[in-house]
Design a protein around this ligand. Structure first.
Ligand code: TMP
Ligand code: ASP
Length: 252
């Protein structure tokens, strides 16, 4: 039987294991290997589970989106996808901020403000959360980011501009897939030249994606909210996102 590449354990030193990915060293200190797991968590890991096949799906979707963003001039950490769950990326000094862009109201925004679900936000919101599990990833202000020394005024401006540009590119792309990009989370880091690059992943774990073919509030959900809210059919929804994304790939 042919070897299943998904079962191969990367050979480099394990540097860090997160909730959804493992980071390994490679022979080149400027390059890391990211391994996408099936593990899923929500509510700061109070809810844990597995989404079978998620690692492969998120690796494939992220690969495709990083390639598209790269082709549109966005600097990302992606170098090469080497297996069905593994990609080589540039080593970055991660800025410990989760940059969230919101086009429609959902999730914690509705919970914290009382705004009803699904209202268009014009202009889109850019929010910064502190990437710190012990503190529960709190929402920050520009003043707090500066006071904490997480980013300079100029870097905050750059992150906002990059996030809004990425939002435009991803919104247009998902529109072509028949999917509404409701909101999403990005992470950025600095390379050796102190340039800000897009890092982490872009997948149904990190985006809210609504199927435009239905208005049904539960049926339209194609992202990790199916897991968070116990809506069922989680794997099938992730798979459908992948199929639609691949259908928009340039054919070689
Ligand atoms: P929120 O509405 O829960 O704040 O989430 C906003 C977006 O960020 C949503 O697309 C899901 C994504 N997200 C992550 O990728 N990781 C997280 O830890 C959280 C809380 C949200
Ligand atoms: N990834 C986050 C966690 O488990 C939360 C989420 O995506 O809802 O902590």
């Amino acid at each position: 039987m042919a070897a299943d590449p998904s079962s191969e354990t990367p050979s480099g030193e394990k540097l860090y294991e997160g909730k959804a990915k493992i980071i390994y060293a490679t022979d080149d200190p400027a390059v890391l290997l990211t391994y996408f797991k099936d593990d899923a968590t929500a509510f700061n890991a109070q809810k844990r589970g597995q989404i079978v096949g998620k690692g492969q799906i998120n690796c494939a979707i992220s690969t495709h989106l990083f390639q598209r963003l790269g082709a549109a001039g966005v600097a990302t950490h992606w170098l090469e996808t080497t297996g069905d769950r593994t990609m080589l990326v540039k080593a970055l000094q991660i800025i410990p901020l989760e940059v969230v862009v919101r086009n429609l109201t959902a999730g914690s925004l509705c919970k914290q403000t009382g705004l009803p679900l699904g209202q268009r936000l014009e202009p889109s919101l850019v929010e910064f959360y502190y990437k710190n599990d012990d503190l529960g990833d709190p929402l920050l202000t520009g003043d707090r980011i500066r006071a904490m020394g997480l980013a300079s005024e100029e870097q905050i401006g750059t992150l906002r501009r990059l996030a809004l540009n990425i939002n435009q590119l991803l919104t247009d792309f998902f529109m072509d897939c028949g999917i509404t990009l409701v909101d999403f989370k990005l992470e950025f880091g600095l390379d050796a030249q102190h340039q800000i690059l897009l890092g982490d992943e872009i997948s149904p774990d990190t985006c809210r994606l609504w199927d435009q073919s239905t208005d049904d509030e539960a049926q339209r959900v194609m992202d990790k909210d199916r897991f968070r809210q116990d809506l069922g059919q989680v794997e099938a929804a992730y798979q459908r996102v992948l199929e639609r994304v691949l259908a928009q790939s340039p054919k070689n």
